[in-house]
Design a protein around this ligand. Structure first.
Ligand SMILES: [Zn+2]
Ligand SMILES: [Zn+2]
Length: 150
């Protein structure tokens, strides 16, 4: 497996710093209504990583929020500036969804999901990576990433 550089991220005030020490599994943009609410914007970008590859330093708070699946998600924030840094979905144990734009360098989404709820002024040129709702992970994620979550 290719060795990867460490990816670094921070909150808005610098109280919380985190590192991703392994290769990210998958990066996706979500246009659903819950993600719009939590970002105050048109979509969120999440980079999925293994919990074992994720290290956080600084004071964080968390809250459990409802999700479409009914299983819920735990969202994590800097206690000082309130920036929402990452979350853990109860249906994907052992994985963390990092808010991609809190990283030093952004990562281009490999998929757009819940495009049915996309704002009409957002244009996605690559239609092949657009999904009306959720995708079938087995058909969408790279094999290398599927192997790592087994
Ligand atoms: Zn902060
Ligand atoms: Zn969403």
């Amino acid at each position: 497996m290719r060795k990867n550089n460490v990816l670094n991220g921070t909150c808005g005030c610098g109280n919380v710093k985190y590192k991703i020490i392994g290769k990210p599994l998958f990066t996706q943009a979500c246009h659903c209504k819950d993600c719009k609410k939590s970002t105050g914007s048109s979509f969120v970008i999440h980079t999925m990583v293994l919990e074992n590859d994720f290290q956080v330093n600084g004071d964080i708070a968390s809250i459990e929020l409802p999700t479409g699946s009914g299983k819920g998600v735990n969202a994590y924030f800097c206690i000082i500036c309130g920036v929402y840094l990452f979350c853990k979905y109860n249906i994907s144990k052992g994985r963390v969804a990092v808010r991609t734009q809190t990283l030093e360098n952004s990562i281009e989404p490999q998929a757009h999901i819940f495009v049915k709820d996309k704002d009409p002024w957002i244009q996605i040129t690559n239609k092949e990576i657009c999904h009306d709702k959720m995708y079938d992970r087995e058909k969408t994620w790279p094999n290398e990433s599927l192997e790592r979550i087994k």
